[in-house]
Write a protein that binds this ligand. Structure first.
Ligand code: AKG
Length: 264
């Protein structure tokens, strides 16, 4: 299974429209891959809090349309990163209520295969944590050769979510992010920890450059179920392509059956 992670920069000088077109074209260029992954909130930037409300879209909005088409044009499973999703309950309610940080997975025919609303919102008492609502559903998606478990950025710090995903059959965790450079060491460490403790692949795609004055870590990473880093990007825009063997999850779990020793 070939995965391509598109680590783009979210530059305020590029309009959301232009970025959507550029990303769609990059996705089309990945024809031949099985799975293509984009970062978190790449239309607005994960730290561009002041743009969330203005750039929020309904689930089936312009990003959905463009990414569904790009997935079918390329014939790939596309994890289209996440969008600021506006739901009906947003209208007339308190600021941010009814906005979600929602990731979208499309099948190679451009059908929506899964949508995951980020459960753990980042920012403590500001930013996303107050501007967006929290998702409540743990989401997996069945592909022909494996099962994906969906998580987003700050979720990586919460191992209990990943256990729930494993219990639901996940073998590959897909984690779009807009992780800051300041905590890059945590990003790499946590990606490897989630892989090792759950004997699963971690496919984690971040953003490049700086947005909303927050330098981004980049360093998209793919870790195998033994914790080996199969590929890691640098800090700049990059497409990271890597071959995964989904069967390695079962063999790792058989040969070193630590998951069977869970007590709690
Ligand atoms: O946990 C972190 O250090 C970064 C999380 C984050 O930036 C996010 O979830 O948007």
């Amino acid at each position: 299974m070939r995965a391509s992670l598109i680590q783009i920069g979210v530059d305020e000088d590029e309009s959301v429209e232009a970025r959507r077109r550029r990303v769609a074209s990059l996705v089309r260029e990945q024809a031949g891959a099985d799975l293509v992954v984009l970062p978190e909130l790449w239309t607005t930037g994960a730290f561009a809090y002041e743009s969330f409300e203005a750039e929020a879209e309904p689930l089936e909005g312009p990003t959905y349309e463009a990414m569904a088409k790009a997935a079918s044009d390329a014939g790939v499973w596309l994890h289209a990163g996440s969008i600021p999703e506006r739901t009906a309950s947003d209208r007339g309610s308190a600021a941010g209520a009814g906005l979600y940080n929602t990731s979208l997975l499309f099948s190679p025919s451009g059908e929506l295969a899964a949508a995951y609303r980020k459960i753990h919102r980042f920012g403590f008492d500001k930013g996303e944590a107050v501007l967006m609502s929290a998702g409540t559903e743990v989401v997996t998606a069945r592909l022909p050769s494996t099962t994906l478990g969906l998580a987003t950025c700050y979720d990586l710090r919460f191992p209990e979510l990943f256990r729930r995903l494993v219990d639901a059959g996940a073998e590959i965790f897909v984690v779009p992010a807009g992780w800051p450079e300041r905590r890059r060491a945590h990003w790499t460490l946590l990606a490897r920890a989630r892989a090792v403790e759950n004997q699963s692949y971690v496919v984690a795609c971040g953003t490049a450059g700086t947005h909303a004055r927050v330098p981004q870590a980049g360093h998209s990473i793919v870790v195998d179920p033994w914790g080996e880093v199969l590929a890691e990007a640098g800090a700049d825009e990059e497409i990271l392509t890597v071959d995964l063997d989904p069967a390695k999850v079962a063999t790792t779990r058989e040969q070193f059956p630590a998951l069977k020793d869970r007590v709690l």
